[in-house]
Design a protein around this ligand. Structure first.
Ligand code: AMP
Length: 650
């Protein structure tokens, strides 16, 4: 770290909101927090009635009679797309730009609210023509093309349940998700642009769908235009759109009807289909987007997330559209075609709010300041981060070089399960600190507890729990209510939501996240379970046993290190090392490829047979080894370490 940054880090430990920001901020005092703390159910019902346009206005707020299967606004009826599109067009806001979409090769499409509504209606009719109706599941496997939000909204319009699968997942992982949800339709493209290369999405879908008997049709967007195999169940998106009825009335949905499911990794090899419903989810998206991003009519907002993750659902699609915001979407990654791509786009589209992941910030730091400084970023007024803890050094760089020392930074903590942001500074209210998510949004009740579930006093650390239900909370795990209870509502009691994260408070009571406390690795903001990687490895004929851990990574936060015991008759060669890493990538996706793969004669286990992951972490991070005396066979650690030293010093 440079001396200048270090000195600044000292000085800027506290960054109060600027007076100009406070003067016009949407939230500049704690009255909303106070109102929610006095009666959170009444608070949320008031917001729900004011912010959502209902077909039937709810009279009930929270129904906790069957906890933890909480229900919100259960007698209300609405449609998400009516709230995201029609109501703005009916109010005369149809000409406002909804999205400026920029393709990786540089093509652009500007789409207004009226145009987006027209496309969504057509796409919804096209889905109906293919036999999709309310409650049917639709898998969406696309790059960040404009058709991705359109497909999500088309499902929401007719009450079909979308399950977006990130375009980086491999065929097996895609097939698992399609099968688990018994999807009737898959929406994909011929390919996706990624760093100048084509990812052959259609080929991957063909391979996946071969083992998915529930799939009746595959709808294919033309994007990369290479030749693709054509099967009997395939239909081109553009042909279906051209033939579709241009009108499609929104389905009246009960507030508790399922809106979407999104798979995320848990502590077993089987991913969990997190279920979100309509009314509560929409309210969480609307309110958090207003409070945290201080959104106003003239903002140009850019959330860089892919719709394959929850951030893309809530903060690219539903929150911004319901708030009638103008957003930028970029198809590519920040480094392609060059490292100043994001700053070019900020300058060109006069972006005012920029929301990205710490991994991207760390990568951008590495690319150098001049990539930022070459462009005029003076339009920016607010910056955000999400997905993983941000290290203070990256925070300060972001503040200094991207925000010119003038933009508040909102470090937003939340999860696929929470549906919307739970912890974050509020830009017109909070004094921020580099690396701290500060505290709860109105209505939320985070509590840090110890092993026994007792609240840890201010200044201490422990497990992060949420101890009050909230509207956008997950409702269950698709098809597995018991796993929902076991995963989230058992560790500390039936009404205490366990996040799986560690956290601490400082002397001021501000919250700092400490990362996962379960067997989940966070690589570049993406959750992968260690068990998922281990089971991929042991599925290879050469592997007898495997252990995966997350090791510290300068850019990605964590990288995957895997320790492998070979079956008799297999030799620990360099070719096999590469083959095993490729095998994992082939089953899960490239982002799950282990960076470090070490051969071990055995795994370090305690006398009771438990793998000592702490020691594996020490090895992978090149640290002096901790106490190994409780091991069954201490010599093993030295043998693995020798392989590690060879790998790391190659
Ligand atoms: P996902 O459900 O994939 O969005 O991942 C959620 C997980 O990402 C959380 O449980 C945290 O471990 C991590 N996470 C998300 N946002 C933050 C943040 N602002 N600070 C620290 N960790 C975060």
């Amino acid at each position: 770290m440079s001396d200048a940054i270090e000195a600044h880090l000292e000085e800027s430990r506290r960054v109060p909101p600027s007076a100009s920001f406070v003067a016009r901020a949407r939230v500049a005092d704690r009255s909303l927090h106070a109102e929610a703390d006095a009666d959170f159910a009444a608070f949320w019902l008031r917001q729900a009635r004011e912010q959502i346009t209902w077909y039937r206005e709810p009279t009930e707020s929270l129904d906790d009679s069957n906890a933890p299967f909480y229900r919100w606004f259960a007698d209300g009826s609405l449609n998400l797309t009516y709230n995201c599109l029609d109501r703005h067009v009916e109010a005369g806001g149809g000409d406002k730009v909804a999205f400026t979409w920029v393709g990786e090769p540089g093509d652009e499409r500007v789409i207004t609210y009226a145009e987006l509504l027209a496309d969504v209606e057509r796409a919804a009719s096209a889905l109906q023509a293919l036999g999709v109706g309310k409650g049917d599941r639709v898998a969406i496997y696309l790059g960040m093309v404009m058709e991705l939000p359109i497909a999500m909204l088309a499902c929401a319009r007719i009450g079909a349940i979308h399950s977006v699968v990130f375009g980086g997942f491999a065929a097996t992982a895609l097939a698992d998700r399609i099968q688990d949800a018994t999807c009737k339709l898959v929406i994909t493209a011929d390919g996706a642009w990624r760093r100048g290369q084509i990812i052959p999405l259609k080929d991957i879908v063909d391979e996946a769908v071969a083992s998915c008997p529930s799939v009746e049709h595959v709808l294919v967007v033309r994007r990369t235009e290479q030749e693709v195999a054509w099967l009997a169940h395939d239909t081109w998106w553009h042909e279906a759109m051209a033939a579709a009825d241009p009108r499609c009335a929104p389905e009246h949905m009960d507030a508790e009807d399922v809106l979407f499911m999104l798979y995320t990794s848990g502590t077993t090899a089987k991913p969990k289909g997190i279920v979100h419903t309509s009314g509560g989810y929409l309210l969480g998206a609307i309110m958090s987007h207003q409070w945290v991003f201080d959104i106003r009519p003239d903002d140009v907002y850019w959330c860089t997330a892919d719709c394959g993750w929850v951030t893309g659902h809530t903060y690219v699609v539903y929150g911004p559209l319901a708030n009638h915001a103008t957003s930028v979407i970029y198809e590519g990654t920040p480094e392609h075609p060059s490292w100043d791509r994001h700053w070019q786009l900020v300058e060109r589209h006069k972006v005012t709010i920029y929301y990205t992941a710490p991994t991207a910030i760390r990568a951008l730091i590495k690319a150098g300041e001049d990539a930022v400084e070459r462009h005029d970023g003076s339009s920016l007024r607010l910056l955000g981060t999400v997905g993983e803890p941000i290290n203070p050094e990256a925070w300060v760089w972001y503040h200094e070089h991207v925000g010119r020392g003038q933009c508040p930074i909102v470090d937003t903590w939340w999860q696929t399960e929470t549906g919307s942001i739970v912890l974050s500074p509020l830009p017109g209210l909070s004094t921020t600190k580099p690396g701290s998510a500060i505290g709860p949004l109105p209505g939320m009740k985070p509590v840090i507890v110890d092993e026994q579930g007792a609240e840890v006093p201010v200044g201490g650390g422990g497990y992060l729990t949420l101890q009050r239900p909230w509207p956008s909370m997950l409702r269950t795990i698709w098809g597995d209510d018991q796993r929902f209870i076991d995963t989230y509502w058992s560790r500390f009691g039936p009404t205490v939501y366990f996040t799986g994260d560690g956290a601490r408070t400082d002397a001021d009571g501000d919250l700092w996240l400490l990362g996962r406390v379960d067997d989940v690795i966070n690589v570049a903001g993406h959750r992968i379970s260690t068990t998922e990687i281990e089971s991929a490895l042991v599925g290879h004929p050469a592997v007898a046993e495997a252990a995966a851990i997350g090791a510290e990574d300068e850019i990605k936060g964590e990288h995957i290190a895997a320790f492998v015991i070979l079956r008799d008759g297999h030799e620990a060669t360099e070719e096999l090392r590469q083959a095993l890493a490729t095998h994992v990538a082939g089953l899960i996706g490239k982002f799950a490829r282990p960076k470090l793969l070490l051969f071990a004669p055995d795994l370090p286990k305690t006398r009771s047979g438990k793998i000592m992951r702490r020691l594996l972490k020490d090895i992978a991070e090149g640290r002096e080894l901790g106490d190994a005396t409780t091991l069954r066979d201490p010599a093993i650690v030295q043998a693995i370490k020798a392989d590690a030293d060879r790998q790391m010093h190659r």
